[in-house]
Structure formats: C-alpha cells, structure tokens
Design a protein around this ligand. Structure first.
Ligand code: ACO
Length: 390
C-alpha cells in the first residue's frame, strides 16, 4: 500500500522537528529553577546552588522552592513546625510496608507507602492550591518517615519513632539508621538533599506534572514521580554507579572497568546528561565531599577509584560533553556514611519531592492537561479480515 499523504492534521511525509525523548521541547514557564547545561549552572529561585549548598538547609531550600522566597526566621520556624507536626505516619502505612515481600525494591515500597498515605487522606481529592500546598508539606515530611521505615523493615527491624528534637535531615538519618547521626553525617546529607531538591523538567518532575495536569490528586502524581525516578537512566543510576565501582580493588581496575565498558559500548552509570554538556555543578560539590567523607570514614580508596573512573571517562568522552552527573559521587558518600545501596534512590526521592510539588503547585493555577502527539507512521486503510480467514 502506498504511504498515506495525510495523517490527521500532520502532512506526511513532512519535515518536522521531532525531538526523540522530547529533546528540546518546552512545556511551560517556570520561576522555580534553571539549569544552564552549557555553563554548568543550577539555580533555584534565582539563587546559585553553590551558595545554597554552603549556606542553606534542606528545610529552608524546600521553603524557597515552594514559596518563591527565602523565609524570615518566623516563616522558617512555622514551616519547620508544620514538617515536624506531620512526621508521624499512619499505622496502616507501616502495616502495608511490613506486608511487602522482603526483596521488594525500596522505591517500589516507597511508591506503595505514598499510595497508602493518599488513601488515608480524606482531603486528597480536593485539588486546590491551598489544599495541595498543605499536602505538599505533608509529603515532604512524611516521605522521609516512610523511606526510613522501609530501611528498617527490610532488615527485619521495627521503624524508629521520629525525634522532635532533630531537624528534618538529622531525624531522617536517625529514623533510617536507628542511631543518632554525627555532625558530619548531618551536614553532608543535608547538602546532598539541597543539591537533589529540584532540577528542571527532568523525567520524574515532568511525570508528576503530567499526572497532576489531569487534576488528579497530589499523592498519585508523586507516586508516579517515584516510579519514574526509580529507573537506572534517572535516579536509579546512583545505586548502579556505586554497585559497579565497589568490586574494583584499585585504580588499575578502575581503568580496566572504563575501557571495557567503552569497548562494549556500555553506558557508564553516573555519567552523561540530557541538559549538561559541561560538568554537573552538583557532582562538583559532591565530589569534594566524597573525598572528605571517604577519608574521614576510612575508605579513601573508594574516592581514588571514583576519581580514576572519572578521569578515564572524561578522557574518552569529555569532548562529547559527557561528565559525571549528580548520581556519580552521591553513592560514594552514602556508602561511606553506612547507608545501604538500595536506599540511595529513596533518599533522592525524599529530597526531590520538594521540587516535584513546587512545580506541580506552580502549574496548577494555569493548568492545562498535557497532551502531546505522535507522528503516525503505521499502515492505513487495511481491510478487516475475519478470524477464520487469517
Ligand atoms: N556512558 C557512555 N556513553 C554515554 C553515556 C554514558 N553514561 N551517556 C551518554 N552516552 C552516549 C550514548 O551512548 C550516545 O552515544 P551515540 O550518540 O554514539 O549513540 C550519546 O552519548 C547520547 O546518549 P543518549 O542516551 O541519547 O543521551 P540522553 O540525553 O538521551 O540521555 C542520560 C541522558 C540518560 C542521562 C544518559 O547520559 C545515560 O544513560 N547516562 C547513564 C545513566 C545515568 O547516569 N543517569 C543519571 C542521569 S542524572 C539524573 O537523572 C538524576
């Protein structure tokens, strides 16, 4: 059959700009954050990520993303008070998490826990900016409790009750690890949480926005975001990057690992980015802390191996704009802090939820359902053949 000339409103064949994976597509305006891939810049609400990592806290950064300004002391205290008030999660969530298979991936468990949170919220379906702002704060607070409970339950331990004397990140570490974290752990984890809080129209953020654009409830949107972040091409790369580096004994093996991957045309986890063609600023900050933390925790070889992997990858692919991304060094830090590998991506989600909900809330007042199209290149005008004649 000859190719059809017209398919719907799209002339075919016709010259169109089809960005595979929506590359280059613009979805909406935003004042929340900006990624300059050429310069290697990341900005939240006008503030450079390097300044926020050095001077801010995760709670303050979450407030900034949600409300568009740095809070006054009173505003921050009120916000922290709300986060604190929401920390405890319903027993049904804990019971559901306990009922899951022991080898269930923590991101699947997190998605399930959030779903139960939504089922328990009688106002989940009241989709207004005011109500969703409250749910957003609740989710920022409670996702940390759910992720920490998952960390305990998968090891056959009881979840730890939140400690109201600790700030958000410190309490999260306490609930996940079952012991009070030291100052270094709190500082480095808080910086990592700030760096992961938002990042433009990435796959998980866009997923949340697409789901919410049908005016679905915020829990459903965030569940979908968790599902998207789980994949190894997105947030799941932090687990894979570390898992691939752990068996390497020294820098020589690091070189072999990279050369082998290049020869086999395998993607090297923790490298490359759709937007950054320069060094990811988040990896810059995390690389510095990876060196400090691995040395302080008696694992300097881990950083040396990671640096060697980086050098080899950049030597091979740097000219093509392939550099370490945020997922490359985060794993080395978490591992040195004593956090289990399967929890790396849930930690990412516990942080990124701030960006997800901020962007969903920003879009809500001017909401229009997302509905792209595909260029149809299949057959047309086929004759239906009854089943006994096929
Ligand atoms: N290792 C080796 N080659 C790579 C890598 C890598 N990590 N990343 C990209 N390339 C190569 C591809 O093989 C491809 O080469 P080709 O043109 O010869 O076929 C080219 O660079 C373009 O790669 P795409 O996958 O088309 O780039 P895209 O923009 O679609 O993907 C992505 C970006 C998914 C991040 C990619 O770089 C990748 O898969 N990286 C590894 C996984 C990873 O680290 N993900 C985390 C990203 S950060 C985050 O999501 C939080």
């Amino acid at each position: 059959m000859a190719a059809p000339k017209f398919v719907g409103e799209v002339e075919w064949p016709v010259t169109i700009q089809l960005g595979k994976g929506l590359e280059g597509a613009i979805t909406c305006h935003s004042r929340i954050g900006y990624v300059d891939g050429e310069k290697g810049w990341l900005v939240y609400r006008g503030y450079n990520i390097f300044d926020l990592a050095e001077h801010s806290t995760y709670e303050e950064t979450a407030y900034l993303l949600l409300f568009g300004k740095l809070p006054t002391q009173k505003e921050l205290d009120d916000f922290k008070g709300k986060l604190l008030g929401y920390r405890k999660i319903p027993q049904e969530v804990i019971d559901t998490l306990k009922s899951l298979p022991k080898d269930c991936h923590p991101m699947a468990a997190l998605r399930t826990g959030i779903s139960v949170l939504g089922c328990k919220d009688t106002k989940a379906d009241e989709v207004t900016v005011e109500n969703d702002t409250e749910i957003a704060i609740k989710l920022i607070s409670q996702m940390a409790t759910v992720a920490a409970a998952i960390a305990r339950i998968r090891k056959g331990q009881e979840p730890v009750e939140p400690d109201p004397s600790l700030d958000h990140t410190a309490n999260f570490l306490y609930m996940a690890l079952g012991e009070k974290p030291n100052d270094l752990m709190i500082k480095v984890m808080d910086i990592s949480m700030i760096l992961h809080a938002d990042h433009g129209m990435n796959a998980s953020t866009f997923t949340c926005m697409v789901v919410n654009s049908s005016l679905s409830d915020l829990y459903s949107s965030v569940c979908a975001g968790v599902g998207s972040l789980k994949g190894p091409l997105h947030g799941g790369a932090n687990e894979r990057a570390l898992a691939e580096m752990l068996p390497l004994k020294d820098e020589e093996e690091a070189v072999e690992y990279v050369r082998d991957a290049i020869a086999k045309k395998k993607k090297i986890m923790g490298f490359g980015h759709r937007v950054y063609k320069a060094y990811d600023p988040r990896a810059k900050v995390l690389g510095k802390y990876s060196q400090e933390v691995t040395e302080r925790m008696g694992m300097p070889h881990l950083f040396k191996i990671a640096r060697k992997v980086e050098e080899e990858v950049i030597a091979a692919y740097g000219e093509r704009g392939i550099f370490p991304n945020v997922d490359f060094y985060s794993g080395t830090i978490y591992y040195a802090l004593g956090i289990e590998v399967p929890l790396f991506t849930p930690i990412f989600a516990v942080s990124r939820v701030a960006g997800w909900v901020a962007r969903v809330l920003e879009y809500l007042p001017e909401n229009r359902i997302f509905r792209p199209r595909a260029v149809y290149v299949g057959d047309m005008e086929k004759e239906y053949v009854p089943i006994d004649q096929r």
